[in-house]
Design a protein around this ligand. Structure first.
Ligand SMILES: Nc1nc2c(c(=O)[nH]1)N=C([C@H](O)[C@H](O)COP(=O)(O)OP(=O)(O)OP(=O)(O)O)CN2
Ligand SMILES: [Zn+2]
Length: 121
């Protein structure tokens, strides 16, 4: 089994009110985080090219994700109405699985807080 990883970063705002934390909770105020995303690809064989997926293709997909996520208000993105780390990792996985057929898992972290979540079907 081979595994390759690609890491990228984005900055975004969100709020976790309503059913998540309650409207009076500090999480319910709009605030921002620096997010780190790890795209994890896996496969049994690397084939004659010697790689799972050309990193150029992975980087292009990450750039496309950044165009949506960077400096965005995450709650306003369709499918990310509850923008926890867990839901972000699931959203990114579902969105990128067609472009990256070897995508095996997505991890989203807030490194400065030591927090991360992973989605792996
Ligand atoms: N399992 C999860 N728990 C929490 C998530 C999450 O995505 N998954 N998210 C949050 C909020 O985003 C919250 O803003 C994070 O708060 P906190 O860890 O306290 O970080 P802060 O930047 O707000 O730190 P302060 O020290 O309070 O300024 C909460 N839980
Ligand atoms: Zn937050």
């Amino acid at each position: 089994m081979y595994e390759q990883r690609y890491r990228f970063f984005f900055e975004a705002a969100h709020e976790l009110g309503g059913n998540v934390a309650g409207d009076d909770h500090p999480y319910a105020r709009v605030h921002g985080h620096s997010f780190e995303v790890l795209l994890i690809l896996r496969g049994e064989e690397v084939g004659p090219k010697g790689w799972l997926t050309d990193f150029a293709l992975v980087r292009a997909e990450a750039d496309d994700l950044r165009r949506t996520l960077d400096h965005a208000f995450l709650n306003h993105i369709e499918g990310l109405e509850v923008p926890t780390l867990e839901n972000l990792s699931h959203y990114i996985f579902e969105r990128s699985r067609k472009a990256l057929d070897k995508l095996a898992a997505v991890e989203v972290a807030r490194p400065s807080l030591g927090e991360s979540a992973r989605y792996e079907p």
